[in-house]
Design a protein around this ligand. Structure first.
Ligand SMILES: NC(=O)c1ccc[n+]([C@@H]2O[C@H](COP(=O)([O-])OP(=O)(O)OC[C@H]3O[C@@H](n4cnc5c(N)ncnc54)[C@H](O)[C@@H]3O)[C@@H](O)[C@H]2O)c1
Length: 372
């Protein structure tokens, strides 16, 4: 039985803005939110076109499909069973405004990355979240993988010693040539006024930065980046190489692009400390390679022996049954729900459920975009 049902006698109610049937990320959020039976998606706005929004909501069986975000805020304010939380997955330029409205309306928020369009907006959101007392999770979905949680716990408990080197690749190939939507000017990702100052930094380098900071429990103290567009005819950045320095003098290197011809997804990290290393590849997410300095390397497996409570808790299916991208997103919703239920019931949150990406972390990830 879900924690929400056991504790409150009902599931939590989620509203969503963005993520229509044509979108990349909408179905990932909806399936993630409902996977552990903590949330029902009961309300939503699914398009900037009011008629299409209502039609899409009806087609997905959403009880309260709204025409616009304002209609959702007005409708939920007078509903006697309003949403407990709002998930925002619109193009980047509306994350800030919708987050502010949602927090002011008293909703917990689950928001897509990149958090905002400017560093000032991110800083002000940090303050607003603090004063609201509401939960705010940023959708850095890779941090929801069981073996990423395990890696974080191994670093925190000193298994690889003090961090010395951090490396992440995120090497995609889907923008190796100019796309049709780019040529026709219909791809919002390519427009800085909708997607932010840098495509590559805001779209995926922010994931490498968050993921590695999340695992090592440390933010970079400075960084320098070579950011450019490599494909002829493109103005939006599709490549970056980043050098990072950490407060303990550790060093980092990221290689991030969407323009590597033939590449697939290619997200990985390799982290070394004074006592050993860790290596994880998102395309084999159920395995974590551990390299102790004084023993043979070994592989920890999701659901397998030797995991810490942090990794075990989010291994939902028995060993040998792969859990992937949707399950990782669902783990963020699992913790988000757990925290909201505890808040409603007045209970102290379970410490293992306090590991979701925070608004403060997303604010710090803005350092990357400031390289522009
Ligand atoms: N966390 C991740 O790993 C991840 C992955 C992909 C995308 N994203 C983020 O998700 C967001 C959306 O990206 P996408 O690739 O799904 O975009 P998309 O273009 O595929 O979909 C955007 C959706 O939002 C809807 N929409 C646009 N304006 C709206 C409005 N005002 N009100 C309601 N709906 C509106 C569109 O109709 C569409 O359904 C972006 O912020 C992106 O950075 C995150």
């Amino acid at each position: 039985m879900s924690k929400a049902y056991k504790t409150l006698g009902r599931r939590l109610r989620l509203g969503v803005i963005g993520g229509g049937p044509d979108s990349f990320i909408g179905a990932i959020h909806r399936s993630g939110a409902t996977m552990h039976e903590e949330f029902d998606v009961v309300a939503g706005v699914f398009s900037s076109n009011p008629e299409r929004s209502v039609a899409a909501g009806k087609s997905m069986g959403i009880a309260r499909p709204y025409a616009t975000p304002d209609a959702l805020f007005e409708g939920e304010a007078v509903n006697n069973e309003p949403i407990d939380a709002l998930a925002i997955m619109t193009p980047n330029n509306s994350h800030y405004e919708l987050s502010v409205k949602a927090l002011e309306a008293g909703f917990n928020v689950f928001c897509e990355k990149p958090l905002t369009m400017t560093e000032d907006e991110a800083a002000s959101l940090v303050q607003l979240v603090k004063s609201s007392g509401k939960r705010y999770c940023v959708a850095y979905g890779y941090s929801g993988y069981a073996m990423v949680r395990e890696a974080r716990e191994l670093v925190a408990s000193g298994v690889i010693g003090d961090i010395t080197m951090v490396q992440s690749n995120y090497v995609q190939g889907h923008l190796a040539t100019l796309t049709e939507s780019e040529k026709s000017g219909t791809n919002w990702h390519m427009k800085p006024e909708l997607s932010g100052p840098s495509l590559i930094l805001g779209d995926i380098a922010t994931h490498s930065y968050h993921l590695t900071s999340y695992v090592i429990g440390m933010e970079a103290s400075s960084l320098s980046a070579d950011v450019t567009a490599l494909v002829e005819g493109r103005t939006a950045d599709d490549y970056c190489g980043i050098l990072l320095k950490y407060p303990n003098n550790a060093r980092g290197v990221f290689w991030v692009t969407q323009a590597a011809a033939g590449a697939v997804h290619g997200l990985s990290f390799t982290i070394y400390g004074t006592k050993g290393g860790l290596e994880w590849h998102q395309e084999q997410p159920n395995e974590l390679l551990v390299r102790p300095i004084d023993k043979p390397a070994y592989i920890l497996t999701k659901g397998g022996v030797g995991l810490t409570p942090a990794g075990k808790r989010v291994s939902h299916i028995a060993i040998g049954h792969p859990e992937g991208y949707r399950e990782a997103f669902a783990n963020l919703y699992y913790d988000f729900a757990s925290n909201i239920v505890d808040d409603i019931a007045g209970n102290t949150p379970d410490s293992l459920s306090l590991t979701n990406p925070t608004v403060e972390e997303a604010h710090k990830a803005w350092r990357l975009c400031l390289q522009q």
